[in-house]
Write a protein that binds this ligand. Structure first.
Ligand code: HEM
Length: 490
């Protein structure tokens, strides 16, 4: 009997604990969705029944309000639905929202904690200023030569594959390409990614292997359930991958110092920073920046390429138009290179439309660092409240993108692009905390796609579905069944 009382009492205490804030938005007169005890509004996310991006787009669709009160487990947070409000939070009033809500686990994860994406102010600002010079126009142009080499390897590799296989897993091919690009441009090493036993590729896959429960759980907790990160002392990435990247990184650093050579890449910039400020840049801080380039660089770009190929396979007429542009312009400008890519508007339109349908990082998030009232409304956001922006919600909203399921690159033509409402299309985020590698990411994706489409025809198979089923465990958008396509030479 005592045991029953204890169980009931514990349950009541837990119930009280997890519902104690549930009047938060009601008291503030902010429209909100009714939460469930213990889960708040994200039960499908916690039980891994929906992909991270889909959770927030489902919530987005449940309302027409400019801001919507939600609960992540027991914590009140806001979903921003209105482009004007989004602009305020990301840009105009950024000084109230300079950090992301994502967990920064200083105690257990010395590498993860210093990654630019996870850094909190003032460390974030200091690091952002130091890393920004990696992406100047002249550096990008210099790096484009290395991407050209990776593109040649990509074409050669696909040539061997089409002889052997009738259906090819193109996401895997794109991953080999983007790993090759990142290691050669950022670290100055050949990852051998087009060979079967590339360790860089193995670790790349391990880092974002959504089918592995622990990987998915770990990363999801960093974004949604911070208390579990603390309780289970979770690290962001798999320790094996981090150990390998750390060792490779220091090997490369030492070789570079000993050879006294310069490549103007990330390694040179980090060496210079270390030279200028020995106290500021300790070992973990340096390694973290190399890890973020690797992690942020390969998965986002390879997924975007994969989704673009899926759409091009389903739309042969768009693929032919794109191939004609690439063939013509590259003939005039001595091949596919930095300059010729800039003269391919249709290629850019296709990539932009791909990023509309598949924003690989589908949710933007910030946390208020002071009490803030949204101007011209009475909505008060208390300090330390998380705010979310659903890119899938906005970019599939027929109000901004009519017939959102249709893949239509013309939305981004010079005649039409002014029709897109500002802050309704944000695949790289916005404001001072936007994607630092956006131009580099676009360059990688356009190089890769241009080389594939110029030389090969991609076609749907009998298994290809119109609508890609997203991997429910994924934090970034990824296809549950890969991107399997028929590929033949042009
Ligand atoms: C198609 C490719 C890519 C997409 C779609 C993408 C998307 C994004 C998005 C949506 C954000 C969050 C922005 C915000 O919160 O406002 C972000 C942040 C970031 N991205 Fe990318 N990204 C891509 C490629 C890259 C590449 C190639 C790199 C590095 C080489 C990179 C490095 C980063 C970093 C470091 C941040 C955090 C910036 C900060 O907090 O200051 N990304 N990215």
């Amino acid at each position: 009997m005592v045991l029953v009382y204890l169980i009931v009492a514990s349950f009541l205490v837990l119930y009280w604990y997890f519902t104690r804030h549930f009047n938060h938005w009601k008291n503030k007169n902010v429209p909100f969705l009714k939460p469930l005890p213990f889960f708040g509004n994200i039960i499908d996310g916690i039980l891994m029944r929906q992909a991270f991006g889909e959770i927030f787009s489902t919530l987005y669709q449940k309302s027409k309000e400019p801001v919507l009160g939600l609960f992540i487990l027991d914590k009140p947070c806001l979903l921003l639905r209105d482009p004007e409000v989004i602009k305020r939070i990301l840009v105009t009033d950024f000084q109230h929202f300079f950090d992301r809500n994502v967990m920064n686990n200083k105690r257990d994860d010395p590498i993860g904690t210093h990654i630019l994406f996870f850094l909190k102010n003032p460390d974030w600002r200091e690091m952002r200023v130091k890393i920004t010079p990696v992406f100047t126009s002249s550096k990008m142009k210099a790096m484009s030569k290395l991407i050209e080499n990776s593109s040649t390897e990509l074409t050669n590799y696909l040539n061997t594959q089409v002889e052997r296989k009738s259906v090819i897993e193109m996401k895997e091919v794109c991953l080999k390409f983007t790993v090759n690009v990142i290691t050669s441009t950022a670290f100055g090493v050949d990852s051998n990614s087009f060979k079967d036993d590339s360790r860089f590729c193995e670790e790349a896959k391990r880092m974002f292997n959504w089918d592995n429960f622990l990987t998915s759980f770990r990363i999801r907790c960093y974004f949604l359930a911070h208390s579990l990160v603390k309780i289970f002392r979770l690290k962001l990435f798999h320790p094996t991958s981090i150990k390998f990247l750390e060792e490779s990184f220091w090997d490369i650093m030492h070789t570079r110092v000993n050879s006294k050579s310069h490549r103007n890449d990330l390694i040179d910039i980090l060496l210079q920073l270390k030279h200028d400020d020995k106290n500021f840049l300790d070992g973990d801080l340096l390694t973290s920046q190399a890890v973020v380039f690797f992690a942020a660089g390969f998965e986002t770009s390879s997924s975007t390429m994969g989704f673009a190929l899926h759409e091009l396979a389903l739309h042969p007429e768009i693929q032919t138009k794109l191939r004609n542009e690439i063939t013509e312009i590259s003939k005039e400008h001595g091949g596919i290179n930095y300059d010729s890519l800039k003269k391919m508007p249709y290629l850019e339109m296709c990539v932009k439309e791909t990023l509309r349908k598949y924003p690989v990082l589908p949710v933007l998030e910030r946390k208020s660092n002071s009490r803030y009232t949204i101007p011209e409304t009475n909505t008060v956001i208390e300090k330390d409240t998380a705010v979310f922006i659903s890119l899938l919600g906005l970019q599939y909203d027929p109000k901004y993108f009519p017939n959102p399921e249709v893949f239509d690159p013309e939305r981004f033509s010079s005649d039409n692009k002014h029709l897109i409402e500002n802050y309704s299309y944000l695949p790289f985020g916005e404001g001072p905390r936007n994607c630092i590698g956006s131009r580099f990411g676009m360059m990688t994706v356009t190089f890769g796609l241009a080389n594939i489409i110029k030389n090969f025809v991609v076609e749907a198979t009998s298994e290809t579905k119109q609508k890609i089923k997203l991997n429910a465990n994924g934090l970034v958008l990824s296809s549950q069944n890969g991107i399997r396509l028929k590929v033949r030479r042009v």
